[in-house]
Design a protein around this ligand. Sequence first.
Ligand SMILES: O=P(O)(O)OC[C@H]1O[C@H](O[C@H]2O[C@H](CO)[C@@H](O)[C@H](O)[C@H]2O)[C@H](O)[C@@H](O)[C@@H]1O
Length: 342
Amino acid sequence: MVKENIRWLYQAIGLEKWLSKSQTIEPISGGMQEVEPTDSILSGPNTENENYISWLDEHPCALTSFHQMMIPAKGKQIVVFLDYDGTLSPIVNDPNRAFMSDPMRSAVHEVARQFPTAIISGRSRDKVYEFVKLDDVYYAGSHGMDIMGPPLLAKSYHDKYQINAQDEKGKEFTIFQPAQEYLPSIGKMLKELKTRTLDIPGALVEDNMFCISVHYRHVLEEDYEALEQIVWSVLSDYSCFHMTRGKKVMEIRPSIEWNKGDALEYLLDTLGFADSSNVLPFYLGDDKTDEDAFKVLKKRGQGYPIVVSSIPRETSASYSLRDSSEVLSFLIRLARWGETSA
Ligand SMILES: O=P(O)(O)OC[C@H]1O[C@H](O[C@H]2O[C@H](CO)[C@@H](O)[C@H](O)[C@H]2O)[C@H](O)[C@@H](O)[C@@H]1O
């Protein structure tokens, strides 16, 4: 069955594409959007390719390096962490239509059959689940501030923010929400932002439960400043919040010391790998907020931080993949490795 699924996936993407340089899944809403770098761009337009190739020396392609990467994996417990937007789905015009392709869903499912797998996203946890629709992965929404993780044997981790729950099928899990007390303020900010941005054509305010995204992908350049002023003005009434930036988006977040890196640690701990030297975590992500998770892996001296980027950029990741199409190829390989090496 697994082999059949994997064969189907191979056919779906075409095995020969694995090593090709530029692969894209056509987004639902039209042509592939230009991906805005969230860190410094290291290249000028004429030297783009050359710079990308030399950047690859520092951040080798995880597909071409796959065999080498898997040598230390023998006998270790692999745990897979995945970002959603820009990683499992390509960046598209409309945030509500950032759908995951069926081959990607199957690949994530196959990976999750082999290894504990979690998706850590800036979206609300419910929204990510709506896109992914897989029950065998853990979900962390709101940049890690809303985690649905494994059931805990002992109530140990920040007790106050944690509850044990069951889904309709009786499956047990734990919900961890370290920013609970910020919810009333987030509700008010959301209303204010929605009302005050009504006059800015193209502005979109997205409710991500513990965070708010203010999108400007469709806002005229001449309105950028006005939109940003509104965000700063709303923020000025809420001292416990701050703004970070992503791809054509301003994100408002509670100022607590908790990010995607902490969510990764939380999930490793609750999966039973707190101090384990026997675990090999993979983290795949494309955005600035994923850097927090890359840094955690670097600090632990464990596993593989893999940045998804088609341009050279500053990153703490050790390996790279160009786009979500290469992510798909990588996940297929990883699942196959898990199946044959277990
Ligand atoms: O942590 P992630 O899963 O990567 O989520 C980060 C943000 O992703 C979404 O916005 C981005 O993707 C959209 C769809 O491709 C695109 O239209 C937008 O310009 C990007 O910024 C999501 O809508 C945000 O809420 C997430 O915080």
